[in-house]
Design a protein around this ligand. Sequence first.
Ligand code: NDP
Length: 468
Amino acid sequence: MSTVIEQSHSTASCEAAVEAFMERVIAQNPGEKLFHQAVREGVRSVMPIVLANPIYRQHQILERMVVPDRVISFRVTWVDDRGQVQVNRGYRVQMNGAIGPYKGGLRFHPSVNVGTLKFLAFEQVLKNSLTTLPMGGAKGGSDFDPHGKSDGEIMRFCQSFMNELYQYIGPDIDVPAGDIGVGAREVGYLYGQYRKLTRRFNGVLTGKGINWGGSFLRPEATGYGAVYFAQEMLATRDLEIAGKVAAVSGSGNVAQYTAEKLIQLGAKVITLSDSDGTIVDMDGINEEKLAWVMELKNVRRGRIREYADKFKGAQFLPGKRPWGVPCDLAFPSATQNELDGPDARALVQNGCICVSEGANMPSTPEAIEVFLENKILYGPGKAANAGGVAVSGLEMSQNASCMRRSREEIDAQLRKIMKSIHDNCVKYGAEDGDGGCCKPKGFVNYLNGANVAGFIKVADAMVQQGVY
Ligand code: NDP
């Protein structure tokens, strides 16, 4: 089937259809506010396509896409260092498998519940589709809080989590990876237990150690990809990263490698943060300071405020986010809804020209409105942070073929994939209808472009596979 991208319906009829659709979604998924937010954002972009193409309505594609293929929920029991029994909840949301095995990270954070994971899994379906690799969408995790836990506690928790999860995953079924609170250490413990339970050594997880099936550049991929995406957006206006001042939020995996790539490309990175507050270093965080941050966060598992004690001239702003600090480029790389309307207005007023989202849904709907009204370059997470899952896809193909590609080859592929995601966003998001050109004349709504490009591929696969 070839998709006819007709968009003949008026804005008013599209808005009415979105509201009617959302009324049902909200009634069927009560209290799951993040899921409602993610679905509304996606549906607003794709409704014109759905209304204009009867085949999607006939197959109830949108209605099917907001109901997970399945939600797995289980108890995770483990023993802490004091010998006390602890109980957490574990989940895997397998959202949509139309274009490949389920794929998406695991998040360990106290805020995790089914609604959070449904929002992340819904985003993941569209994101994975955008990468052009054959991956369905899923997300999982637990309300377990890794902060302050010993290595032994983390290991016992991961083992207990896998005792249940292993039944539902496999290299051609569902391939989890990391996310907030799940990095190389946790993937290692999860993989060890999977291997013990199944007696199989295969590509069931990505983000594995480089000596046992991992891919070069997987740790760096999300952050590097978000910077490559910003480079592509800037190029449409004949601008470049070198010489720009950049604000980055978070100080975990995505933030660290976003900062690393920005520094390599000649930007001045002036902020990092965690849930306690923000550090501002107007001299710039250079490679040496970033290496210290990586040791602080990944080895000593310390807090970002310690940066201001170590590097004189840097300031710690308790409880604050980075967005009030004047910058040219902003990279929200911590968590959802970390950048709201007033933050967005502050960024724009201070001259920010480009926002590239490393995190998933970090900007609130009000913030997105501000970016779009002011026509700044806004790269939504499902496009800008897709580099992580793209290199995970490359890790899967390396595992399947028992071949390892070099760091240079993976970097070249990552760049190529980010460029193709960018060009697809332009194709479907250029408001002057100048589709198909990566250097558009008019404004590009990357949000619409990403949602529509991601949707069409999944929707067409669902139509072709029948009513299952
Ligand atoms: P990490 O756990 O490595 O780091 C998370 C960072 O965000 C920490 O600095 C953490 O601070 C901060 N953070 C978490 N929750 C909050 C909060 N509620 N308020 C303020 N700060 C917070 O996670 P990642 O770097 O892997 O993930 C960051 C974001 O990127 C997430 O949105 C994730 O979904 C997204 N993402 C990650 C990918 C990956 O490959 N890892 C791929 C695509 C998207 P603290 O220590 O105080 O909690």
